[in-house]
Design a protein around this ligand. Structure first.
Ligand code: ZN
Ligand code: FE
Ligand code: FE
Ligand code: ZN
Length: 269
C-alpha cells in the first residue's frame, strides 16, 4: 500500500500559502505515504513571470525543505523536487537546475504555448476566439517534445490545456495517442493530478481515455494533489486511486534521488 503526494507548492511561488510544518501535518493527516515538495522552478531570463520563485529564492526553498524534514522526522518521508517549466530550448537551464540540489525527482510541466501561459486565469478572455484544434495540436506536440528530452522524472498534469473547459470537437484520442507513444518511449512517469476536479473542466488531469492508453503502454503513474495550501494535500486520492484502477493501473512509483521503484496501488474499497 503506497501512494505519495509529490506535487505540492510553497509561498515562494507567490500564489500558494502555508508553512512547511502545516503541509507536513496535513500530509500525515491525509495518510499519504510520502510528502514531496515541488514548487514552480525559477526560469531565466528574470523576471520571467509573477508565479514562480526566483533564482535568489533557491536558498529559501532549500530551507523550506529542511524545515519540512525536521518537522516530519520519524513520521513521514519528505522528498525534494521542483515543477520545472519546459520551454522549447531551455534544456541547458533545466540541467543546471538539476545540479543545484540532491533532488528526488523533477516534474516537467507545459504551462506556456509560445509566450502565453494559457492556464493563467488572467488571460481567460483569449480563449473566446481561440482555434481549439490548432491550440490542442500545439499543446500536445509541445508535451511530447518535453517527454522526448528525457529531463524529467514525472510529467505534470498531462491535459492541462482543458483547464477552462474549452475542448475541440469529437474524439480526443487523436491528440492523446501520439503523446502517449512519446511518453512511453521516454520512460517518464505521468501523474493523475486531482486539482483538475476543482477547475472549470471538473475532471482530473489527464482524462480517463488518456489514462487507459497510458496504462496499456505501461507508462508509470503517480497520484498528485498539486496542493497550493496545506488543506489540499492528498485531496481526492481515494477517487484518484479508483480512476487509476479503472484505467488499468496496478502500480505507482516511488522516487528517491532520481531513481524509482514500483509499489502496488491500494485495492479499491
Ligand atoms: Zn502553481
Ligand atoms: Fe503546473
Ligand atoms: Fe503545480
Ligand atoms: Zn502543476
Amino acid at each position: 500500500m503506497f501512494v505519495a503526494d509529490y506535487h505540492t507548492h510553497t509561498p515562494l511561488c507567490r500564489h500558494a500559502e502555508g508553512t512547511p510544518e502545516g503541509y507536513v501535518d496535513a500530509a500525515v493527516a491525509a495518510g499519504v505515504a510520502e510528502f514531496g515538495i515541488s514548487d514552480h522552478a525559477p526560469q531565466e531570463p528574470e523576471p520571467f513571470d509573477d508565479w514562480r520563485m526566483s533564482v535568489a529564492d533557491l536558498p529559501r526553498y532549500f530551507d523550506w525543505i529542511a524545515r519540512a524534514r525536521a518537522h516530519a522526522s520519524g513520521r513521514i518521508a519528505v522528498k525534494a523536487g521542483m515543477e520545472c517549466d519546459w520551454l522549447p530550448g531551455n534544456e541547458a537551464w533545466i540541467e543546471s537546475l538539476a545540479d543545484r540540489y540532491d533532488w528526488d525527482y523533477l516534474i516537467g510541466s507545459v504551462h506556456y504555448l509560445d509566450k502565453w501561459d494559457f492556464d493563467n486565469p488572467k488571460w481567460l478572455g483569449r480563449w473566446a476566439d481561440a482555434d481549439l484544434d490548432a491550440l490542442w495540436s500545439h499543446y500536445w506536440e509541445t508535451y511530447a517534445a518535453m517527454a522526448q528530452t528525457g529531463l524529467f522524472d514525472i510529467l505534470g498534469h498531462a491535459d492541462l490545456v482543458k483547464k477552462f473547459a474549452h475542448l475541440p470537437e469529437g474524439d480526443l484520442t487523436r491528440y492523446y495517442e501520439p503523446a502517449v507513444v512519446a511518453i512511453a518511449a521516454s520512460g517518464a512517469a505521468i501523474e493523475i493530478n486531482t486539482a483538475g476536479w476543482h477547475k472549470p473542466c471538473e475532471e482530473a488531469y489527464p482524462a480517463p481515455a488518456f489514462l487507459k492508453l497510458a496504462a496499456q503502454a505501461n507508462v508509470p503513474l503517480v497520484i498528485s494533489s498539486d496542493a497550493h495550501t496545506p488543506r489540499e494535500v492528498g485531496r481526492d486520492f481515494a477517487r484518484a486511486i479508483t480512476l487509476a484502477r479503472d484505467a488499468g493501473f496496478t502500480e505507482t512509483v516511488r522516487f528517491e534521488k532520481r531513481s524509482r521503484s514500483f509499489m502496488p496501488l491500494p485495492e479499491l474499497p
